[in-house]
Design a protein. Structure first.
Length: 623
């Protein structure tokens, strides 16, 4: 797979992240509330703000964690390369801080939402909301160093070359200034920097070439020095990482002209020190700068050592000159052929050593060439003798006589062949499947079994044998015990929780319980039979005059009336002498409605708007 590190989004700073979260919370949630709103709505208002802030922070931090590569999931080449460039422990700590911040924000939001459920005022709810958002922002402020570090890592990862560890690759290695970058520029479409001094190449460079209509990947590595791995710097460790983890053809360059600043024995010694990285990989020893010094002019002792290396490691040797491009393309072709043959030979049953599944070619089985036509015996006999095997027209002939296909349909009864008599097939009967009726699937001995059952019933009826219920009675008792035990367990559980409400028992059950306890239940009937009755209230009194203080005038009219009722509407509504004895509830309601209407009709016009209902579309100057 290709790792596209350039798609990692930029990591915001802690300040920008806080501004983004708070502005989004302000825009996406309601922002206005009034003191007269019910406290339940106030709680929901602030709980929504806290939860929305939490979800926004988790979304932003989760996006950062998702986009950055996980060292345990990517190819070992990239995992070690990140370790070399940025320190694996520091990288994991930064991502761990982000992940821990998510959990802390979640716990803070959870705690404050729980407290907001019990907020008893607008001020208390607002204070808790501010405290929750403040603590979340404090957590984000503490991520400042980790966020800045991850942003720097993202910028550097975006500058890394896109190397596919699984594709066909050629890796160029050797001492600095031996012609590695010049060779890659000649065989690929890359344009690496070439200078006459050492360590011009400070990072991995990738070029691509085509050979045998197949794309090939050429990787130029920084120069190596002959020293222990503990003393190698970051530039050299990038080359070591590529040599260790990428299965490719290795081209080790040796400058026989020694213009690079290192002698041939030193270059041979470097090969011996890094040779364990070339195990199980095709290898090529490339003699460079042959335009400055010919192979024949090299010391025979050095020639013998180089040839021993080639034979010992089953490598190929090539001579090139980047100045006049002599042998450059031949070297490339030779390296591609060695890698191609190596990849074809080194395979397992299902997967190659390069991690790619081998294609499976399915081969169809050979069909039976002899497939004679099937002709029924009746047709063969009729063709040989000229005598029809059956009387009358065949269904096919009947179809042709009746107008052909689409006009006359052959009835399904014509295909019934399992009947004893051919005439039965035309009987009208319900068909189930393939001409068979439901009776065709019945047990053939069903009639005999039915007769045996009827005889057994007659014998039992004649003998008057009672049914045996003892067995069923025992089973019922066991079931009853199980039911009562289960119910008892449920009641004990409910009593422990404080939710048990005992059912009312009738008088007989209470008496039985008293008898078991040794208490005389004879006095229960007198207590249970008495019903509680309420005393009549003034509102529903049968005689309203008992609650009135009335004085009559000379003409018999009532000049003073004072009701001792709780219903004030009744006092103000009725006219003198209009109260009827024993009013019903309906009459009392009518009295109250009339009193209310009379009261509001007597109000001055300047306060009439208090009770006239909703405004219309007219004037509003009285508001």
């Amino acid at each position: 797979m290709n790792y596209n590190f350039k798609s990692i989004p930029s990591v915001p700073s802690a300040k920008d992240l806080i501004d983004t979260v708070l502005s989004k919370t302000q825009r996406k949630t309601p922002t206005e509330i009034h003191p007269q709103v019910q406290i339940a709505r106030i709680r929901k208002f602030y709980m929504r703000k806290v939860k929305f802030t939490q979800s926004t922070i988790e979304e932003k931090l989760g996006e950062i964690l998702e986009k950055f590569p996980k060292l345990d999931d990517i190819h070992p080449f990239y995992a070690d390369l990140i370790n070399v460039l940025y320190d694996k422990d520091h990288y994991k700590l930064a991502l761990g801080h982000i992940n821990k911040a998510k959990s802390l924000v979640e716990s803070v939001a959870k705690d404050y939402v729980r407290m907001l459920k019990y907020a008893d005022s607008l001020y208390r709810g607002k204070t808790l909301k501010k405290a929750a958002l403040g603590r979340m922002c404090t957590i984000l402020k503490k991520l400042s160093n980790s966020l800045n570090y991850l942003d720097e890592v993202r910028k550097h990862l975006a500058r890394l070359p896109s190397i596919d560890p699984h594709t066909r690759s050629i890796i160029i290695t050797g001492y600095p200034n031996v012609g590695k970058s010049s060779f890659m520029n000649n065989v690929t479409r890359a344009n690496a920097e070439v200078q006459p001094y050492a360590f011009t190449t400070k990072s991995l460079f990738v070029g691509h070439t085509d050979y045998d209509f197949i794309p090939w990947q050429v990787i130029d590595t920084p120069g190596l020095l002959d020293r222990p791995i503990e003393e190698r710097n970051i530039v050299e460790m990038q080359a070591i990482t590529a040599l260790a983890h990428i299965n490719a053809c290795i081209l080790f360059f040796i400058d026989i002209s020694e213009k690079c600043g290192y002698t041939v024995p030193q270059q041979i010694q470097l090969f011996e020190s890094v040779q364990p990285l070339f195990t199980n990989k095709p290898l090529g020893i490339i003699i460079t700068k042959t335009d400055l010094k010919r192979w024949e002019d090299l010391n025979p002792e050095y020639q013998q050592k180089i040839q021993e290396i080639v034979q010992k490691h089953n490598a190929f040797m090539s001579f090139i000159s980047n100045e006049n491009k002599e042998g450059v393309m031949e070297c490339r072709n030779q390296a591609c052929e060695h890698l191609k043959s190596f990849r074809e030979n080194v395979k397992t049953k299902k997967v190659t050593t390069y991690g790619r599944s081998m294609p499976y070619v399915s081969v169809p089985r050979a069909l039976n060439p002899s497939r004679p036509p099937h002709i029924p015996d009746s047709v063969i006999v009729e063709a040989q003798t000229g005598i029809k095997a059956r009387e009358g027209p065949t269904p096919k002939e009947m179809q042709e006589l009746q107008g052909g296909a689409g006009v006359f349909a052959i009835p399904p009864q014509a295909h019934f062949v399992e009947l004893q008599d051919d005439d039965w097939k035309w009987d009208v009967m319900p068909e189930v499947m393939d001409g068979k009726n439901i009776l065709d699937f019945v047990d053939p001995d069903i009639l005999a079994k039915l007769e045996e059952l009827e005889k057994e019933e007659e014998i039992q009826e004649d003998a008057h044998v009672p049914l045996d219920y003892d067995e069923y009675r025992d089973i019922y008792k066991v079931k009853r015990k199980i039911h009562l035990r289960r119910k008892r367990i449920q009641q004990e559980s409910m009593m422990a929780k404080g939710t048990f409400k005992p059912k009312r028992k009738n008088l007989s059950e209470v008496e039985e319980g008293f008898k078991e306890l040794g208490i005389d239940p004879s006095g229960l009937k007198d207590v249970v039979g008495v019903k509680r009755r309420r005393k009549p209230s003034p509102e529903i009194a049968t005689n309203v005059e008992d609650f009135m203080d009335v004085e009559e005038g000379d003409g018999g009219e009532v000049i003073k009336k004072k009701l001792k009722l709780k219903n004030k509407a009744l006092v103000k509504a009725r006219k003198p002498g209009a109260i009827q004895p024993n009013p019903s509830r309906k009459e009392l309601k009518i009295i109250g409605d009339e009193a209310t209407k009379a009261f509001y009709d007597q109000k001055p016009q300047h306060i009439k708007h208090l009770s006239v209902g909703k405004r219309g579309i007219g004037k509003t100057d009285r508001r």
